[in-house]
Design a protein around this ligand. Structure first.
Ligand SMILES: NC(=O)c1ccc[n+]([C@@H]2O[C@H](COP(=O)([O-])OP(=O)(O)OC[C@H]3O[C@@H](n4cnc5c(N)ncnc54)[C@H](OP(=O)(O)O)[C@@H]3O)[C@@H](O)[C@H]2O)c1
Length: 329
């Protein structure tokens, strides 16, 4: 019997940009052991998706061509694979797909049960799809790297969050505030009021001299910087850090890896620490619960039908999204 087909966007090689994304009809994947098949209702795009296409993560990602990009999805369980215990057909879910295999820019995708969580009806598909990579990265940065307890029970820390209007940054601001941190944030002028509304105590326009220098308007030194930009050198962070302050670099490039090594080997009190997301199902569950309780918001930059997913891709590549970019199959 012929396999049922679905629409998807995929690319065949590194480096062709948005033009490399081809509309295709391919067989609907089948869930294997420990996997569920999801009828997708929303997918969010992350910078890592187009960085992967550029070849910035080769040879690890993608594992093979052709590749259907994107990993952050919400939808309805249509079929369950052998051994799946916690889901049934018809469940509404949020999932983080395998970074090796992708699959999110499509009508259907398979997800591991181990990175799939239930989506309560109070959380929309777009709000849910925004969470996996950006929300989990913000959660790991705030709770593990900055060591902030989200019940607000630890001593108040001064945190700087750069690119607070972006996917990771807007979640990080809200989580840091749940943890009772004093938050200084940077973003473009157009997003200052939005970032304040998310809870930031002081907000700097990154295109002004004080914003570019990361100077806290209240004169604070930062215990931790969650750096969600790619272009700020160590010499700009250093004078703004408290005695044992550290910079958590969410997009570590060669120069920040070098700074990490130098600071480590010289036992510097001020450190730069690269962050690599280690996704955990219980943390995704927790974030979905926070959204349900109204304690965490997903800001939606824009929504695009799957047929116009190239516009969403181009928007992400521009680096000027406010919150999350959503594709709706
Ligand atoms: N290590 C990991 O595992 C991991 C996980 C997730 C993400 N990441 C990385 O983290 C970075 C951030 O991801 P994202 O999803 O948050 O990106 P994003 O949503 O594309 O960020 C866009 C936002 O950044 C703002 N921005 C750009 N440059 C800025 C600057 N110099 N100062 C302040 N704001 C600035 C833009 O504001 P304007 O429009 O006003 O310019 C825009 O609102 C990416 O490099 C991504 O690859 C890494």
């Amino acid at each position: 019997m012929a396999a049922k087909l679905m629409h998807a966007l995929r690319y065949d090689s590194y480096g062709e940009g948005v033009d490399g994304l081809k509309d295709v009809e391919v067989p609907i994947p089948s869930p294997k052991n420990g996997e569920v098949l999801i009828k997708l209702e929303a997918t969010s795009i992350n910078p890592v998706d187009w960085k992967t296409q550029k070849g910035m993560l080769r040879p690890l990602f993608p594992l093979r061509f052709p590749h259907i990009p994107c990993t952050d999805v919400a939808g309805e369980v249509l079929e369950i694979g052998a051994g799946v215990k916690n889901f049934k057909v018809g469940d509404k879910v949020v999932a983080l797909l395998s970074h090796f295999k992708g699959g999110g820019l499509a009508e259907y995708a398979v997800a591991k049960e181990s990175l799939t969580v239930q989506r309560p009806c109070e959380v929309s598909t777009a709000e849910g799809a925004g969470l996996p990579v950006a929300g989990l990265t913000a959660h790991q940065a705030i709770t593990k790297s900055a060591e902030i307890k989200l019940d607000g029970s630890c001593k108040q820390k001064n945190i700087l969050i750069t690119a607070a209007s972006g996917g990771v940054g807007h979640y990080a601001v809200q989580l840091a505030k749940l943890g009772n941190a004093h938050v200084t944030a940077t973003c473009g002028a157009r997003n200052i009021e939005l970032v304040k509304s998310l809870g930031a105590d002081e907000v700097l326009d990154y295109r002004t001299p004080d914003g570019a220098a990361l100077n806290s308007p209240s004169g604070r030194k930062y215990d931790t910087v969650i750096n969600c930009t790619t272009n700020i050198p160590w010499k700009t962070f250093e004078p703004n850090l408290s005695e044992n302050g550290k910079v958590i670099d969410v997009s570590p490039g060669p120069s920040s890896i070098m700074t990490f090594v130098v600071k480590k080997f010289t036992c510097s009190k001020k450190q730069l620490v690269p962050l690599l997301l280690i996704p955990k199902k219980e943390n995704l569950d927790y974030l979905v619960e926070l959204v349900k309780e109204g304690k965490l918001k997903t800001i939606i930059d824009s929504k695009h039908p799957l047929s116009q997913a190239k516009d969403a891709w181009t928007r992400s590549v521009s680096g000027h999204a406010t919150g999350k970019i959503i594709v709706e199959p």
